[in-house]
Every structure is written in structure tokens, then in C-alpha cells.
Ligand binder design. Structure first.
Ligand SMILES: Nc1ncnc2c1ncn2[C@@H]1O[C@H](COP(=O)(O)OP(=O)(O)OP(=O)(O)O)[C@@H](O)[C@H]1O
Ligand SMILES: [Mg+2]
Length: 373
């Protein structure tokens, strides 16, 4: 693992505990006929890392711009630390912001770029320099303050943008796809560094991504958005393992969706008829609709021996593909195509296409959901 270059610690010269509660109440944004954000209810607790996850055009940036104060909302109210901010200009909202296309001033050095945030806030010159240097140190760029943006790599520029967002000791950070321009390795490194920094400072973060792995890795809570609305929110594991709709299930990764009819619902559990796959006990979150399915992630489907208790069915292997760390098996069972994924190290050697097998899953890993699409 790469060593972290961003150091976390108390915010220099302040001794202040970070606050940063953000609350959106029924917030909407209409551009003429376009409803970009539709009556959004959202809270970020002090110190919490909340991620807006959704496809392109789902209203993530618009939401961030309204919280930051660069766009006016057309309905509802936005509160920061309990106070309405509707009439506050961006610089008085005490939020550090890294935009989707974070633009550094090309004619200014890294240090001047960071200082600029303090100049805007009328911090005296001597203090400005010192605080900007400390902020660059914090993101591991202490020695590069004199360089212009074009003399820095994409990852380094991204760190300057982060230093600029942190330098005035904001109550919360708004980060809109800050790592979109970075390659996978650097991205993962920055994810860890931002997480370390956030935990160390106890600062709240509202983060935007359309990358589900990034959302899973970083968030205390994921808020899934679609067409300007929240479709589900919760801790990453919960949203991933217990999606309410097929759309959420598919947006968060590969899944097996098996249409079903409900036989019985008892609070958190339901008994369903999976057609050719027989009856099964599954998790129920109470989603209601016209058509239902059960979602089972490929990694939760397991090869079993026929005598195993619990949910399961006979299956025929169609193909196996080694993907490096994992092996993907395609199967048919009861007229359905299924995907089973296992770690290469756990993979049973010698199973052949057309072989009759038995697959099963734990009831708490099978989620009853509503078929929307
Ligand atoms: N100034 C504008 N005028 C009209 N429509 C706009 C304007 N800004 C955004 N929209 C629309 O609002 C919707 C939400 O846009 P937004 O930029 O918030 O999406 P996003 O979730 O950030 O997408 P992406 O992942 O592509 O960044 C889109 O349909 C977009 O076309
Ligand atoms: Mg956006």
C-alpha cells in the first residue's frame, strides 16, 4: 500500500472542533422546464462522509452548487450548522469546495493559488503565506509551492485544489468528482488520503461520484440519485446488499435478478416463489410495487452440495472465465441465466461446462425488490 502523503491532525492555529452539519429540506432546482433537483431531503452530520452517487445528469453537481451558494435553489431551504444560508454569499458559508473541473489559476504558483482563498477572505498577508504553506505541507506538496499548475502532474494539481479548499479551515468540504481526471492507481491512493484527512480533521464531507467502487470505499453513507431525486440512501453495505429496486441493484454492480411472486411477508423476511428455482426465504425492506424480483449478488451465490440446508437449486455450468483475482461462472438454473463469482484461490478445479451442479445462497443475502425498469 502506498504511504499517505496527506497528514491529518488538528487544524493549525485554530484549535476549533470541526462542525459542518449540512441540511437540505425539500430543495428543488428548476431551469425553466428542466427539473434538475426535485424536493431533495438530505442531511450530513458533523464529521460524516456522505456521497451522492448517480448517473450523469442525476442532479449531483446542481445539488453541490446550491449548497456552495453558486446556484440559487428554486424551492426548499438549505441550512449549515442549523442556520439558513439562503442569503449568504459562497465565501461566507464556511465550506471548502473542489469542483468537478477544479480550475487552478494558471498564472499563479501553487502557493499563490492556495493563498488566493485567504485573500478572498481578507486574511492579512503574513498569516496568509504561513497558512498556505501549512496547507500545501498537509497535502504533501510543501516543496512545490513555487510551481505553476502546468509544472505539476494531474494528481499534484488535484492536491493543490484540495489544499485551497482546506486552507481557511472550513466546517465542511464539498468535493465534486475531484478524482475524475486521475488514473486508477492514483485515484485509489487519493481516496485513502482524503479519507485519512477527513477522519483526522473530523470534518464533514459531501462527495460526488458516479463511480460505485469509489462510493463504497469512501462513504459513511451513500445517497443514490436518479433524475434529481434520492432513490435510496444508507451505509454502503446496506445499499449494496439490500437495494430497494432493480435499478439501484444494477447501478451498484453486477447482480442476479430473478423475477418472483410473493407468498408471504413477515416484517424483515419474505417467502417468495422463484418459478423454476422453487421457493425461497429472502430479506424484505418493505418496498412496494407491481412486479417483484430477488437480487443476489454473484459473489453471494455459492456452489453447494445437494444436501445443504437453506436456499438452493440445481444448475448447469455454461462457462467459466478467470478474471485474475476472481473467477466468473455463468450458469443456467430453472430457466434463468445466473452469474456466480468466487475468489480464484477458492475456485474448485475441474468443473466442466454442462456439468450438473447445485448452487445456494444465504437468505440474508437475497433481497426482495421492486422491478422498475
Ligand atoms: N444551467 C442549466 N440549464 C439547464 N439545465 C441544466 C443546467 N445545469 C444543469 N442542467 C440540467 O440539470 C440536470 C442535472 O445536471 P447536473 O450537472 O446536476 O448532473 P450531474 O449529476 O452532476 O451529472 P454528471 O455526472 O454528468 O456530472 C441535467 O439534466 C442537466 O442537463
Ligand atoms: Mg456533475
Amino acid at each position: 500500500m502506498t504511504a499517505s502523503v496527506i497528514s491529518a491532525g488538528p487544524i493549525p492555529g485554530t484549535g476549533r472542533a470541526a462542525q459542518g452539519a449540512i441540511e437540505l429540506r425539500q430543495v428543488s432546482k428548476h431551469y425553466g422546464d428542466v427539473v434538475a433537483v426535485d424536493e431533495l431531503d438530505l442531511t450530513v452530520q458533523p464529521g460524516e462522509f456522505v456521497t451522492l452517487l448517480g448517473p450523469s445528469g442525476s442532479g449531483k453537481t446542481t445539488t453541490m452548487m446550491m449548497v456552495a451558494g453558486f446556484e440559487e435553489h428554486t424551492g426548499g431551504a438549505i441550512l449549515i450548522d442549523g442556520k439558513p444560508v439562503d442569503t449568504l454569499p459562497p465565501r461566507d458559508r464556511n465550506l471548502g469546495v473542489v469542483f468537478q473541473n477544479y480550475a487552478l489559476f494558471p498564472h499563479m504558483s501553487a502557493l499563490e493559488n492556495v493563498e488566493f482563498a485567504l485573500r478572498m477572505r481578507k486574511v492579512p498577508r503574513a498569516e496568509r503565506r504561513q497558512r498556505a504553506e501549512e496547507a500545501l505541507d498537509r497535502v504533501g506538496l510543501g516543496k512545490m509551492g513555487g510551481r505553476k499548475p502546468r509544472q505539476l502532474s494531474g494528481g499534484q494539481q488535484q492536491r493543490v485544489a484540495l489544499a485551497r479548499a482546506l486552507v481557511f479551515n472550513p466546517a465542511a468540504l464539498l468535493l465534486d468528482e475531484p478524482m475524475a481526471a486521475l488514473d486508477k492507481r492514483l485515484r485509489e491512493q487519493m481516496q485513502e488520503e482524503i479519507k485519512t484527512l477527513q477522519k483526522g480533521l473530523g470534518i464533514s464531507v459531501l462527495f460526488v461520484t458516479h463511480d460505485q467502487d469509489e462510493a463504497m470505499a469512501m462513504s459513511d453513507r451513500i445517497v443514490v440519485m436518479r433524475d434529481g431525486k434520492i432513490v435510496q440512501s444508507g451505509p454502503p453495505e446496506e445499499v449494496y446488499n439490500h437495494p430497494m429496486t432493480d435499478w439501484v441493484a444494477s447501478f451498484l454492480g453486477d447482480t442476479n435478478l430473478i423475477p418472483c411472486t410473493i407468498v408471504e411477508r413477515n416484517g424483515e423476511e419474505a417467502v417468495v416463489d422463484l418459478g423454476g428455482l422453487g421457493m425461497a426465504k429472502v430479506r424484505d425492506r418493505g418496498a412496494n410495487g407491481e412486479n417483484y424480483a430477488v437480487s443476489i449478488r454473484p459473489e453471494h451465490l455459492k456452489f453447494r452440495t445437494r444436501v445443504s440446508a437453506g436456499n438452493g437449486c440445481a444448475a448447469t455450468l455454461v462457462s467459466s472465465t478467470n478474471l485474475g483475482a476472481t473467477v466468473r461462472h455463468r450458469l443456467t438454473a430453472g430457466g434463468h441465466d445466473l452469474q456466480l463469482r468466487e475468489l480464484s484461490s477458492d475456485s474448485v478445479a475441474g468443473i466442466r461446462p454442462d456439468e450438473e451442479l447445485w448452487v445456494g445462497w444465504d437468505a440474508d443475502k437475497a433481497q426482495l425488490l421492486v422491478l422498475e425498469s
